[in-house]
Ligand binder design. Structure first.
Ligand SMILES: Cc1ncc(COP(=O)(O)O)c(C=O)c1O
Length: 425
C-alpha cells in the first residue's frame, strides 16, 4: 500500500486534512535555519504557536488586575482549569466532572494512592508491569514501604515472554493473584516499546475480582483513543508535556471515575482548592468537597503553567482525537514500511520491538552500533530519542509531523548506517 518514493510521501501530505497544523507549532532549527526532523513528541511535544500569546495574556492580566485577576479579569484564574476540563475530558473519554488538572504526574499518582491503595492484611499487593517507568517503580515501592510492606513480596511485577508483557500476561497474572492484589497500576502505553495495552479488558478483569485499577497514561493521553469512563477505570493520571504539547514540566491531568465521587468514606489528602466553590473563600473549618475530581485539588493553580496547556487543548478541540489517531496510524505504519525497507536494503540487524497495537512511536532495537547511528542522526538535523542499552525511539506526532518528515528520516537513517559501519555495502 505504501511506495518508496519522495513523491509518494508528498502526495500523502497533499491529501492530509491535518497537514496545516504543522504550521501551528514551533520547530527547533538546524544551523542553516531548516526545521529539524523532530521525532521526540513522546518526550516533549513542540510548542504551539498560540502558547506564547496565552501566557502573555495572563501576564497582561496580572499587570492590569493584580489580585483582582483571580475573579475579575477576562479569563479569571480561580476556575481557569475548570474551563479546560470539558476539552480535556474529550481527549481521554471522560465526563468533565471526572477530570481535573493539578500538580505533576508522580505527585498525583502518590496522592491518588491515598484514595485508591488501601491495603488490608490479606490484600495488600500492587500488581504492575516489569520494568515500569522508573518513577512509577519508585512510587510503588515507596508506597509499599510507607504502608509497612516489603516490596520484594508485595510488588508483583508481571513479565512478558522475552518482551514487554501483553494484555494476556496481565489477565493471567490478575487471575493467579486475585486474592492478594489490592491495586493494579499500569502504563497504558509502554514508554519503551510503545505497545498499547487493552485497557478495557484488563480493567474489566480487575474489577470483576474487586481489585482497584489505575493507569499511568503519560504516553497515552493525546496519543491513542481512550474511553476511561466507559471502560470503568478507577483512576488515571498523565503528564501534559508529551503528546499534549503543554510545555516542559507542565501540569498533570487526573481522572477519577464518577462512581467514586460521592463516597464520603474515601480517604483523600485535602486542600482548600478541593472545597466546593460556594464555600471556598468562607474559610470554614469543615471541608465541603467540590463535585467530582475537583475535590482532589489541593492548591490554587499555577496559571502561567496552565496557559500553554489551554492553548494546546484548543487545538485538540478543533481537530478531535478521531482524526488525530487516524493520521497517527497511517504515519506510524508508513514509518514502519520505510524502516523495513532500509533493513532489507542494508541487511542491517534492525528490529522493531513495537507491537502492532501501538500509538505514535516505533522503538528500533539496534544490537551493535545503535549509539553511533543515533549520534549521527542528531548531527544531521534529526531529533530522535535514545534509550539504553540500544533502542532508538522515533515518534511521528500527527499534529506536526508530515509524511515527508518520515521519508527524510528514513533517508538519514540509511545514511547513518552507511556512515557509521563500513562493513555495510
Ligand atoms: C510513563 C511515565 N510515568 C511517569 C513519568 C514521570 O513524570 P513526572 O516527571 O511528570 O512526574 C514519566 C515521564 O516521562 C513517564 O513517561
Amino acid at each position: 500500500m505504501f511506495q518508496s518514493s519522495l513523491q509518494f510521501a508528498k502526495d500523502l501530505d497533499a491529501n492530509d486534512s491535518l497537514a496545516s497544523y504543522r504550521d501551528q507549532f514551533h520547530f527547533p532549527k538546524t544551523a542553516e535555519g531548516e526545521k529539524k526532523l523532530y521525532f521526540t513528541g513522546n518526550s516533549l511535544g513542540l510548542q504551539p504557536l498560540n502558547a506564547k500569546n496565552r501566557i502573555g495574556r495572563i501576564l497582561d492580566e496580572w499587570a492590569d488586575y493584580a489580585v483582582d485577576g483571580h475573579f475579575y479579569s477576562e479569563h479569571p484564574w480561580w476556575d481557569y482549569h475548570e474551563r479546560m476540563a470539558p476539552k480535556l475530558a474529550k481527549v481521554v473519554g471522560a465526563e468533565p466532572s471526572e477530570v481535573t488538572i493539578m500538580n505533576t504526574l508522580t505527585a498525583n499518582l502518590h496522592f491518588l494512592m491515598v484514595s485508591f491503595y488501601r491495603p488490608t492484611s490479606t490484600r495488600y499487593a500492587i500488581l504492575c508491569e516489569e520494568k515500569a517507568f522508573p518513577s512509577d517503580q519508585y512510587l510503588m515501592k515507596s508506597q509499599l514501604k510507607f504502608h509497612g510492606f516489603d516490596f520484594e513480596s508485595a510488588l508483583i511485577e508481571v513479565s512478558g515472554n522475552g518482551s514487554a508483557p501483553t494484555t494476556e500476561d496481565f489477565v493471567k497474572a490478575i487471575e493467579e493473584n486475585k486474592d492478594r492484589v489490592a491495586l493494579i497500576l499500569l502504563g497504558g502505553v509502554n514508554y519503551y516499546t510503545a505497545g498499547v495495552l487493552d485497557i478495557e479488558t484488563i480493567t474489566r478483569v480487575a474489577r470483576s475480582h474487586g481489585i482497584t485499577i489505575g493507569w499511568d497514561l503519560a504516553h497515552a493521553a493525546g496519543n491513542i483513543s481512550l474511553k476511561l469512563h466507559d471502560w470503568g477505570v478507577d483512576f488515571a493520571a498523565w503528564c501534559s508535556y508529551k503528546y499534549m504539547n503543554a510545555g516542559p514540566g507542565s501540569l498533570s491531568g487526573v481522572f477519577i471515575h464518577k462512581r467514586h465521587h460521592d463516597q464520603s468514606s474515601i480517604p483523600r489528602f485535602e486542600g482548600w482548592w478541593g472545597v466546593d466553590k460556594s464555600e471556598r473563600f468562607q474559610m470554614n473549618d469543615s471541608f465541603k468537597p467540590a463535585v467530582g475530581a475537583e475535590a482532589w485539588q489541593l492548591s490554587n493553580l499555577p496559571i502561567l503553567a496552565l496557559a500553554p496547556y489551554d492553548a494546546s487543548l484548543d487545538l485538540f478541540e478543533e481537530v478531535g482525537m478521531a482524526s488525530l489517531t487516524a493520521k497517527s496510524k497511517q504515519l506510524t505504519d508508513y514509518l514502519e514500511f520505510k524502516i523495513r525497507e532500509i533493513a532489507e536494503q542494508t541487511g542491517y540487524p534492525l528490529e522493531i520491538i513495537t507491537p502492532q497495537n501501538r500509538g505514535a512511536q516505533l522503538s528500533i532495537y539496534i544490537p551493535n552500533n545503535g549509539r553511533a547511528i543515533f549520534d549521527h542522526l542528531c548531527e544531521n538535523g534529526v531529533v530522535p530519542d535514545w534509550r539504553n542499552p540500544n533502542v532508538i525511539r522515533v515518534a511521528p506526532a500527527p499534529f506536526y509531523n508530515s509524511f515527508e518528515d518520515v521519508y527524510l528520516f528514513a533517508e538519514r537513517f540509511k545514511d547513518a548506517i552507511y556512515s557509521t559501519d563500513s562493513s555495510v555495502k
